[in-house]
Design a protein around this ligand. Structure first.
Ligand code: GAP
Length: 514
């Protein structure tokens, strides 16, 4: 099935099964804003908890905060967001559609990559076991041509971005003959800068009102609280401050479902280190964060690092962790070495010292910062995409199953009486009452057992527990495993242990350290 079709199916699955709804749907929706439904919110909470616990339980020098969304407007001046938080936009004069100029070029480069990979796959099929991939890549003329075209465009693109040269950016689009996907023409406007922050007024009188911004990142709430936490927590460098919360960006092109939203949630951690030690910590956090992703078991090949061509105004190194979404490898998390830029800027703009006295060195300095920044919604999308599976069963039937990491599944077990009589519902309810304090359980007695299994598969429930007439005599139930569909008899007394083994967050967290 084409990847576009898979993506469409995922989007409709999310809606049909109560994961994600378009916001304000009864009013025809609001661009790039989404609501999470009854299962979506549970999955989201579980992802957030996985992140939070990995940061604050596994690292004793990382603590959390929850800062306000509204902040003093000078913060955004100091951080550079008022002047520099812009995207280069370009319009197609025929379709009147607006695009991010950099994204148009990135998509063009990704298409060249795809062509190269297709050539390699084709040759691998043709030559079978005798295929030498490295040799093919370095000698095949079609691959070499594509590769050199890619390198040439990429070099110009990186330079144009770094120098904020928008004329050159437009010229690259023209030279590469990139067309508008809607009109199919190359009738492009100039490239212009567009600030992504949402502004509003605080205060009730027009004279007293102050223009404030909805935060475009949670990180600044951490920077301005750096000394509060350091002093009250008696934190010693190196240490980190973690935070999760909403962020807002007036994205030019808000597409691809919850991948690029105007209101979204971030999970960010700023790690404060001695100047000069930042690259060591940058590499360490890169590895720690990748291990966090891989522990979910969606497949190691689905992740890769991508170093930034253009560094943000605050960074001296930056890498993305990308996940293979149905629409290609895409950024899910950024790891940035932010130097002392933010703290120094806040010191300058607020007039308050932002320094740390290092007792071991006997001197004060402005710490350097390594940031790990992940979008919760993007993580959600990567997990759903990596879990969505369509299977044809032996019977000729098919099923859609979300093979979610069990610890993140919204519902951990469904308890299903085989029939709605003979004391089976009562027994099932006893089991729910026994397990509900530790696991999110769902009781379901409606429809055939097959249909009930399918419903649970579709929301990713790892276990279905079926109560039948034998249960009343032998105290045993049937456990059905989501991924294999295998069934096993087990005594009611053993249920807690069997379920906990797979769904516990603790076991997932332990994997990160393995
Ligand atoms: N504090 C640094 C920072 O905000 P970023 O690369 O702009 O860096 C970090 O954003 C992460 O936030 C991204 O990797 C992505 O997962 C998420 N993110 C950014 N913009 C987003 C959007 N419009 N919709 C959903 N997630 C977004």
């Amino acid at each position: 099935m084409a990847q576009e079709d898979v993506f469409k199916k995922i989007v409709s699955h999310c809606k049909e099964y109560g994961f994600v709804f378009p916001s304000s749907e009864v009013y025809d929706g609001l661009g790039a804003v989404y609501d999470y439904g009854q299962y979506g919110v549970e999955l989201k909470n579980n992802i957030r908890k996985y992140w939070w616990d990995s940061m604050t339980l596994l690292h004793e020098n990382v603590v959390g905060i929850d800062s306000a969304i509204f902040m003093h407007p000078s913060i955004w001046k100091a951080s550079g967001h008022v002047d520099a938080f812009n995207d280069p936009l370009i319009d197609n004069k025929d379709s009147k559609k607006r695009y991010r100029a950099d994204v148009l070029v990135e998509e063009y480069l990704a298409k060249i990559d795809e062509k190269i990979e297709k050539e390699v796959e084709k040759a691998a099929r043709r030559y079978g076991g005798a295929f030498d991939e490295a040799q093919f890549r370095s000698t095949n003329t079609r691959v070499l041509e594509q590769q050199s075209r890619r390198e040439a465009v990429h070099a110009r693109f990186a330079k144009a971005l770094n120098e904020s040269d928008f004329e050159e950016l437009r010229q690259i689009i023209l030279d590469a003959e990139i067309v508008c996907p809607v009109s199919g023409t190359r009738n492009w406007t100039e490239v212009r800068q567009f600030n992504l922050m949402f502004a509003t007024d605080m205060g009730s009188t027009s004279e007293g009102a102050m223009k404030i911004y909805l935060r475009p990142e949670t990180a600044q709430g951490i920077f301005v609280n750096f000394l509060n936490v350091q002093k009250t927590g008696r934190m010693k460098i190196p240490f980190g401050i973690a935070q999760t919360g909403k962020a807002f960006r007036n994205e030019i092109v808000a597409r691809q479902f919850i991948f690029r939203m105007r209101e979204f949630e971030q999970m960010e951690m700023q790690f404060f280190v001695r100047p000069g030690e930042e690259m060591e910590w940058f590499n360490k956090w890169k590895a720690v964060r990748l291990a966090w992703h891989k522990a979910l078991g969606l497949g190691d090949a689905k992740y890769r690092y991508h170093d930034h061509d253009k560094l943000a105004h605050y960074a001296n190194a930056a890498t993305d962790i990308e996940f293979e979404m149905p629409f290609g490898f895409k950024e899910v998390e950024g790891i940035h070495s932010r130097t002392d830029f933010d703290l120094s800027q806040h010191e300058k703009y607020s007039g308050k010292k932002m320094q740390y006295f290092d007792p071991e060195l006997g001197q004060s300095y402005t710490p350097y910062v390594i940031e790990t920044s992940i979008g919760l919604d993007r993580m959600f999308l990567s997990i759903i995409s990596g879990s969505y599976t369509e299977e044809t069963l032996g019977s000729g039937e098919s099923r859609v199953v979300l093979k979610l990491p069990p610890a993140l599944a919204p519902v951990k077990l469904a308890v299903l009486p085989l029939v709605k009589k003979d004391g089976l519902p009562e027994k099932a309810e006893d089991i729910v009452n026994m397990l509900r304090f530790d696991f999110r359980c769902q009781y379901d007695e409606k429809d055939s057992i097959g249909k009930r299994y399918r419903r649970q598969d579709a929301i990713g429930t790892p276990y279905c527990i079926t109560i039948d007439h034998d249960t009343l005599n032998d105290g045993k139930v049937t456990i059905r495993f989501r991924d294999t569909m295998e069934q096993e008899r087990a005594s009611i007394g053993k249920l807690h242990e069997i379920i906990a083994e797979k769904v516990s967050m603790k076991n997932l967290l332990k994997k990160i350290n393995d």
